[in-house]
Design a protein. Structure first.
Length: 118
């Protein structure tokens, strides 16, 4: 199994920006499509952004489209999520994984908490 480690979360105010990072330890994910997911309190985990393995194509959920940008650096084995114009409804634990999740033995990490106050 490959452990994914997310970082970059924290406390923010509405309108602020945060940049999340996700790194895989022990194995490259350069050949896999990658996604960012989030789970808000009392809700199921949902995919909010994904990027193809060469980075040529991206997808965003309507709730984050125009505000969030997913990118990847395969040489660094890292995936990023730039989050701009944050809203209180973006408060959640953010995770990364392959898309769909679990490919190449990628397991869920601890996630990184993002809390946005109004």
């Amino acid at each position: 199994q490959v452990q994914l480690v997310e970082s970059g979360g924290g406390l923010a105010q509405a309108g602020d920006s945060l940049r999340l990072s996700c790194a895989a330890s022990g194995r490259s994910f350069s050949s896999a499509d990658m996604g960012w997911y989030r789970q808000a309190p009392g809700k199921e985990r949902e995919n909010i952004a994904r990027i193809t393995w060469l980075g040529g194509s991206t997808y965003y959920a309507d709730s984050v489209k125009g505000r969030f940008t997913i990118s990847r650096d395969n040489a660094k084995n890292t995936v990023y999520l730039q989050m701009n114009s944050l809203k209180p409804e973006d408060t959640a634990i953010y995770y990364c994984n392959t898309y769909p999740p679990g490919i190449a033995s990628m397991t869920w990490g601890q996630g990184t908490q993002v809390t946005v106050s109004s």
